[in-house]
Design a protein around this ligand. Sequence first.
Ligand SMILES: [Zn+2]
Length: 491
Amino acid sequence: MSETGRSTGIHIPGWAERVADSLGEGPHVVVSGISVSGNIHAGNLREVLVAEAVANALRQRGEEVRFIFHADTIDPLRKIAPGIPRSYEEYIGHSLSHIPDPEGCHVSYAEHFLVPFEEALSEMEMDIEVLRSHELYERGLYTGVTGEALENTDELRGIIQQVTNRKMPENWSPYLPRAESGKLTGNLVLSHVPEQTSVVFADEDGREDSADYSRGEGKLGWRVELAARWKALGVTFEPFGKDHTSRGGSTDTADRMAREVFDYPVPGRYEYEWIGLKGRGDMSSSRGIVLLPNDLLRIMPPGAVRRIILGRDPARRFDIDLEGGFPRFMDEYRAEVGEPYVPFTHLVTVAQTVGEDTEAAAQMLRRGGYEEAVTDGLADDLYYARNWAAEWAPESMRLGLLDPSEAEEAAAALDDEQRAYLREVSEKLGPEMDGEAIQDVLYSTAIERGLKPKRAFAAVYSVLLGKTSGPKAGPFIAGLTLDQVSQRFSV
Ligand SMILES: [Zn+2]
């Protein structure tokens, strides 16, 4: 079995091993399902990563595992997400897979939001099968369970009423046929014709029509579909966010439907908590608080994305800090996975000083005493550090070397003592000096001249960065060429 015992090289957290231990013998089908009605954000990624961790734990113990991402592409559009034109109100009730892309770049509304997420999963080298629900309906995967649901309409209706404590209409149906208008909502199912795998229904205007449920001409209602999907795909494990597992929520109904109607055992479950973005609140597509997986992959490697999204325990709520706290997270992550030691803040300084020049970065790291950090992965490290500096770093960590004319202006604002200090330092610097040696020169020259170190260093930062403070000056200057320094210090 090729699926068995595959090593993914990914760390398997303890909680995932415990979940896997609680699941029986395989083969296993691990599924996570996400709506594609708007941006699929980093909070949604938590669900997929929980499922992945459990799938990996099962694979590690030698189980055969099918790991599925079920994209709810056939679901009806319910409301207009932020950024979608108001004119899309005409598509409310239509399948997301049957609505045009609001930006015209993909074949449908569903694909517009699904494809970037799929690309992020692929960039993370995730061993996952992405299934589109409209295709599953069209291929007939749901035909058997839809027939069963229609035959057991009264039982399903009774379960929903009991669990939700809400009276369902007399003519409620577990199936939503698609009318000629394209709408899945507002139609009334009149009868089931099992031998033709179809239903007869009346549309909003009272016109009679029929829909063949073996060909994707409609879908099961959401609560019923969840239980039906477990059976149709043979699901053995699925994680859920707390919105689904609350009392009277969708898992309560689906559990009873699975046992009492579909005669299928309730899959193993893990309840995860939300993640938020520090200072901005819980992630939510409908409220426009959206961090995309790609935003994360711009500032850290896939392993770090897994680590920051899952946290120590995905059953706990957690705020991701991509601002001031991020360098510390990266230092801990790099230590955990055995990357050579160099503080992330130093990489940020280097990346901002040398731009994309990897050779110059290597020199700067060597002279700063971080020889071991010069690896094949250096270009990636710089890419992450540079993007973080530009997009998330606090102002105090953003650096840009002044060009010579800007440096001249900055020097003009200093006093004579400070300028004389810079000139003397410039004469003392030599090409062989490392960061510590330069730091010594900066300090001892100030003391010798009777200049307070604080004013001396302020002069250094002024002509280099246009600020009064910055990263440790010696290692920073060591990363520049002597020409660059003397141009700005000989004032
Ligand atoms: Zn598009």
